[in-house]
Design a protein around this ligand. Structure first.
Ligand SMILES: [Zn+2]
Length: 298
């Protein structure tokens, strides 16, 4: 099986909505709850990491996984909060279906959905993801963000300042990173695949160079006590994010230098980036795919 095909299969598993699931199967889907600090929780189903702020002001969630997981998240939020388990606010870090899949479920139940302007633009129109040979149809109205912003938005919720900040040309063109000031927690969306090469969606306005700059900008805003919620993977420390940033910089420089020696992207993929980074290519994005994202960004 060639590398491109492996990438396509992995991507299909991660990004495609689950279809043809029976109600019985959906009822068996579970969400793992991990307390982060105080009123903040990490919830994990199958797609991107979901974070919840649950307190006197109600429930706010960052991202909301695949469509089929709606009732599993609803049960999880009910059990943590001891309430009806309905979020007042849903913040989307970006438009991919493994992060916005249950928007419609919450939108129909009264949640206000917030996201960057470009998330609205992409979710409300037909999108082609050429890399995966996939078309994403426009989302139904209840799933669309109703409050959008071009740069940043601040929520004052459950006793802290929740700063939602857009980082341009990152994983897509509409990514937000969310900082919880009082508890010193940050949700990075898909700017962070912990210990793995990230998916950078060049077709949705992403770019590896500015993606790397964005990660540096987050590093400059946080400290050694910050708890980091990646888009995919387990909770992380600043030191782990520093290592990820080193990977981004070093591998980009290596690809640039090999390209300048006249090597093709395929030749670089065959030669590889060195043993140091082997384990980083064992996730959703393998090394040849990562090399192609770098080459496509410079
Ligand atoms: Zn994504």
């Amino acid at each position: 099986m060639n590398k491109r095909l492996i990438l396509t299969l992995c991507a299909t598993l991660l990004l495609l909505p689950l279809s043809g699931w029976t109600q019985q199967e959906e009822a068996e889907l579970t969400v793992k709850i991990t307390p982060i600090k105080s009123h903040l929780y990490l919830l994990k189903g199958r797609g991107g990491n979901v974070m919840a702020s649950i307190g006197d002001d109600g429930i706010l969630i960052i991202d909301d996984d695949y469509n089929e997981y709606a009732t599993a998240y609803h049960k999880a939020l009910e059990s943590i909060s001891g309430t009806a388990g309905l979020p007042r606010f849903v913040v989307n870090t970006h438009w991919h279906s493994d992060h916005v899949g249950t928007n419609g479920y919450w939108g129909e139940r009264g949640a206000v959905i917030l996201a960057h302007d470009n998330v609205y633009a992409r979710m409300s129109t037909r999108q082609e993801m050429k890399l995966f040979d996939r078309v994403v149809e426009p989302s139904p109205k209840p799933a669309l963000p109703v409050l959008t912003y071009s740069d940043a938005m601040t929520l004052h919720f459950n006793g802290e300042t929740v700063e939602v900040q857009h980082f341009p040309r990152g994983h897509t063109d509409g990514d937000s990173v969310i900082f919880f000031s009082a508890e010193n927690v940050v949700h990075m969306g898909d700017h962070y695949f912990k210990d793995k090469f990230p998916f950078v969606d060049l077709g949705s306005g992403g770019n590896v160079i500015s993606f790397t700059d964005n990660v540096a900008a987050v590093l400059a805003k946080i400290d050694d006590n910050t708890v980091i919620v990646p888009g995919h993977g387990e909770l992380a420390t600043r030191a782990e994010l520093v290592r990820y940033h080193q990977m981004l910089r070093t591998t980009t420089e290596r690809v640039k230098s090999m390209l300048s020696q006249g090597m093709s992207v395929e030749q670089i993929g065959e030669q590889g980036l060195g043993d140091e980074w082997d384990s980083w290519g064992q996730g959703f994005i393998d090394e040849p795919a990562w090399i192609s994202f770098i080459a496509g960004s410079i």
